[in-house]
Design a protein around this ligand. Structure first.
Ligand code: ADP
Ligand code: MG
Length: 635
C-alpha cells in the first residue's frame, strides 16, 4: 500500500472511553481545548528547536517557530497551526489513536459516571489533544515531520466516535495544522475577541509567539469596507517564557496557567517556588506542588521529574535526576546556564553539578512545604493527604535531610478528637513533659484499632500523648528516622514499659512476687505460644496484651513483609496481664485446670483481637466462648 492511500482505523478502546468521558465531564470547561492544543503546538516547537541543535537541516531555512490561530466565522472553524516538529504517519496513528500512558485502563475503571468526580479524575490524567472533541464535531489534522519531504504529509480526520481516517498529503508544510469544525452551538469560538482572550488567558507565558490576523478596521457608515490584500499578522501573547520574567511581574493566574502547561494537570497547583540562582551554579527553577496525586504516582514507570531547559532551549521532559524519588510529585521547570546544550540523560546521571542542583532543589521544596504548612493549614492537609505517604519515603532516601523531612510529617494522636492526621512532631514535643525523652507511637491497621488498643491505657491514665500510625510504611519509616530533635521513637507495644515512674515500678515488682503462682500457671497453660508472661504496667481496663521484644520487628512491619511474600523467623511475644482485672482475679481462684486453660487461651486470643491481629484458630476461639456461655446459662 502506498502511504497516500486512505485508510480507516479504529481508536483503541481506551480512547473511545476517554473521549466519551471527556465530552461529558468537561463540558462546563470546554474552552480548555485551546490551552491543550496551544500547549501541544508549543511542545512541538520546543522539540524541533532541540533536535535542530544537532541537525540544522530540520529547520528547512525557517527558524522562526510560531503558532498561528485562524478562524472562519462562515464555515464555523477554528484552526491552530504550528511549524514545529510535526508527525510521521506512524506517529500520528500512535499519538492520536491510542493512549500510551501506562495505567490508563485502571484509571478508566475508577471513573464513576458521576460527572463532577470524573472531571477531577480526568484532570489528574491530563486531557490533551482529545479535548478538541468537546467543541468540535470533526477534527482534521494535517502534519509533516520536520526533515521529511513535502509529499510525506499526513492527514488525519475524525469525528471523535469510533474511528479516524488517515491518508497521505501531496504537499504539506512542516509542522501541524489542526482544523476544528465546531459543533453548530459552539460558534462562539469562531470569533476574534473570544480567541484573543483565550490566548491571553492560556498562552501568554509560552515562549513561542501565538499569532492571529489583525482585525479588519471597522468601516465608517456609508464607507466601502476595504479589505487589505494580505491581512497582517500580530502576536497575541507576550511570547516570553514565564520563568525568565521577574517574580513581581507575574500574577498568580499566570503562574497557575503555566503550571497547567508543564504538568498537564487540569486543576490549579497548591503552591510554587520560583528562584533564580547566580554564582557557582547559574539556573532558574520554577517548581510546583500539585493539589492531587496523579493517577500514576505509585506506578514505577509513571511520569516524574522536571522539564529541563538549557539557556532557554527545551532539552527534555521528565528529567528525574533533579529530584529525589520521595519528591517525585513535584512538577516544573529547570533552566540551567551551566549544562551543555547537548546534554543527555546519560550525562545527567554522572554530572556533579546535577548533584548540587538536586540538593539545592530538594532544600527549596522542603522549605516551600514548610512555608505552606505555616501559612495555610488547610492547604497543607490537602498536600499531606495526597502525598504524605510518598514523603514518608524521605528519611530512608535522604539521610542528610531527615529532620527537615520529619518536620513535615503529620500524624493522628491520642490527643486528637478523630482520625485526622494533624499533629506534627514539633507540636508533640512542645506539649509533652520536658523530662519525656521519647516520642511514643503505636502502629495499627487502622485508626479505630489503634485508638482503642489496650497498649494505650496507661498512657491515657497518665496523660502521655501517643502518635497513632496507620500507614503501612510507618514502621519502616520510623526505623529510618529513629529520633527527632534528640528524642527517640518508642513503640508502645514493644519491650518493658518504663515511663520513669518509680512508684509504678515498685508496684509491678510487688505484684510479680505476690502473683508468682498465677503467672506460673498461665505460662504453663500457654506452653510455647508466648515467650513469657509478666505483670503489666500498661493496662488499666483490659485483661491482657501482647508485647514484642524491644529490638524485634513490630506487628505492622511483619504484616507488610508477610504480605510481600517474605518468610519471617518465628517471633514469640510476651503476654502482659493486668492483675487488677476482675477476670484475672477470678481466674486465680479457678481450680479446674481444664477450665483454667480455656480461660487463659481466651485471654491470649482477646489480646490478639484487640490489636487487630488474626487468630490462628478462630473456630477454636468461638468454641471456647460458647462453652463458657453455656455454662453461664446453665448455672
Ligand atoms: P500530551 O501532550 O500529554 O503528550 P496530548 O493528547 O496533548 O498528550 O498529545 C498526544 C501526543 O500527540 C503528543 O505527545 C505529541 O506527541 C503529539 N502531538 C499533539 N499535538 C502535536 C503537534 N501540534 N505537533 C506535533 N505533535 C503533536
Ligand atoms: Mg498535550
Amino acid at each position: 500500500m502506498t502511504t497516500a492511500q486512505k485508510e480507516t482505523l479504529g481508536f483503541q478502546t481506551e480512547v473511545k472511553q476517554m473521549l466519551h468521558l471527556m465530552i461529558h465531564s468537561l463540558y462546563s470547561n470546554k474552552e480548555i481545548f485551546l490551552r491543550e492544543l496551544i500547549s501541544n503546538a508549543s511542545d512541538a516547537c520546543d522539540k524541533l528547536r532541540f533536535e535542530a541543535l544537532n541537525q540544522d537541516g530540520l529547520l528547512e531555512g525557517d527558524s522562526e517557530l510560531k503558532i498561528r490561530i485562524e478562524f472562519d466565522e462562515a464555515a464555523n472553524t477554528v484552526t491552530i497551526a504550528d511549524n514545529g516538529i510535526g508527525m510521521t504517519r506512524d506517529e500520528v496513528i500512535a499519538n492520536l489513536g491510542t493512549i500510551a500512558k501506562s495505567g490508563t485502563a485502571q484509571f478508566l475503571k475508577e471513573m464513576s459516571g458521576d460527572d463532577k468526580k470524573d472531571a477531577n479524575l480526568i484532570g489528574q490524567f491530563g486531557v490533551g489533544f482529545y479535548s478538541s472533541f468537546i467543541v468540535a464535531q470533526k477534527v482534521e489534522v494535517t502534519t509533516r515531520r520536520a526533515g521529511d519531504k513535502d509529499d510525506q504529509g499526513v492527514c488525519w480526520i475524525s469525528e471523535g466516535e469510533g474511528d479516524f481516517t488517515i491518508e497521505g498529503v501531496e504537499k504539506a508544510p512542516r509542522g501541524t495544522r489542526i482544523v476544528m469544525h465546531l459543533k453548530s452551538d459552539e460558534n462562539e469560538f469562531a470569533n476574534s475577541a473570544r480567541l484573543r482572550n483565550l490566548v491571553k488567558k492560556y498562552a501568554d507565558h509560552i515562549s513561542v509567539p501565538v499569532e492571529m490576523y489583525k482585525d479588519a478596521p471597522l468601516a465608517e457608515p456609508g464607507e466601502e469596507k476595504e479589505q487589505p490584500e494580505q491581512p497582517e499578522l500580530e502576536a497575541v501573547n507576550s511570547a516570553k517564557a514565564l520563568w525568565t520574567r521577574g517574580k513581581t511581574d507575574i500574577t498568580d493566574e499566570e503562574y497557575q496557567e503555566f503550571y497547567k502547561h508543564v504538568s498537564h494537570d487540569y486543576e490549579d497547583a497548591l503552591t510554587w517556588s520560583h528562584n533564580k540562582v547566580e554564582g557557582k551554579l547559574d539556573y532558574t527553577s520554577l517548581l510546583y506542588v500539585p493539589k492531587r496525586p496523579p493517577f500514576d504516582l505509585w506506578n514505577r514507570e509513571g511520569s516524574r521529574g522536571v522539564k529541563l531547559y538549557v539557556q532557554r532551549v527545551f532539552i527534555m521532559d521528565e528529567a528525574e535526576q533533579f529530584l529525589p524519588p520521595y519528591l517525585r510529585f513535584v512538577k516544573g521547570v529547570m533552566d540551567s546556564n551551566d549544562l551543555p546544550l547537548n546534554v543527555s540523560r546519560e550525562i545527567l546521571q554522572g554530572n556533579s553539578s546535577i548533584t548540587s542542583m538536586r540538593s539545592a532543589l530538594t532544600k527549596r521544596i522542603l522549605d516551600m512545604l514548610k512555608k505552606l504548612s505555616r501559612k495555610d493549614e488547610e492547604a497543607y492537609q490537602t498536600f499531606w493527604q495526597g502525598f504524605g505517604q510518598v514523603l514518608k519515603e524521605g528519611p530512608a532516601d535522604d539521610f542528610a535531610n531527615k529532620e527537615k523531612i520529619a518536620e513535615l510529617f503529620r500524624f493522628a494522636s491520642t490527643k486528637g478528637a478523630d482520625d485526622s492526621q494533624s499533629v506534627s512532631l514539633d507540636a508533640y514535643i512542645e506539649r509533652c513533659e520536658e523530662s519525656q525523652d521519647k516520642i511514643y507511637y503505636l502502629t495499627a491497621e487502622n485508626y479505630l484499632t489503634a485508638s482503642r488498643s489496650p497498649h494505650l491505657e496507661v498512657f491515657r491514665k497518665k496523660g502521655v500523648e501517643v502518635l497513632l500510625l496507620t500507614d503501612r510504611v510507618d514502621e519502616w519509616m520510623i526505623s529510618h528516622l529513629s529520633e527527632f530533635k534528640g528524642k527517640t521513637f518508642e513503640d508502645v507495644t514493644k519491650g518493658e514499659l518504663n515511663l520513669g515512674d518509680e512508684a509504678d515500678e515498685k508496684e509491678v515488682e510487688e505484684a510479680e512476687k505476690q502473683h508468682a503462682d498465677l503467672i506460673g500457671r498461665v505460662k504453663t497453660a500457654l506452653k510455647d505460644k508466648v515467650e513469657d508472661v509478666r505483670v503489666s504496667s500498661r493496662l488499666t481496663d483490659s485483661a491482657a496484651c501482647l508485647v514484642v521484644g524491644k529490638e524485634e520487628m513490630g506487628m505492622q512491619m511483619r504484616r507488610m513483609l508477610e504480605a510481600a511474600g517474605q518468610a519471617l523467623p518465628d517471633s514469640k511475644r510476651v503476654l502482659e496481664v493486668n492483675m487488677d482485672h476482675p477476670l484475672i482475679v477470678k481466674m486465680d481462684l479457678q481450680s479446674d485446670e481444664a477450665r483454667f486453660e480455656d480461660m487463659v487461651e481466651l485471654i491470649y486470643e482477646q489480646a490478639q483481637l484487640a490489636e487487630g491481629s488474626q487468630l490462628e484458630d478462630p473456630a477454636g476461639y468461638v468454641d471456647r466462648i460458647n462453652k463458657l456461655l453455656v455454662n453461664l446459662l446453665e448455672a
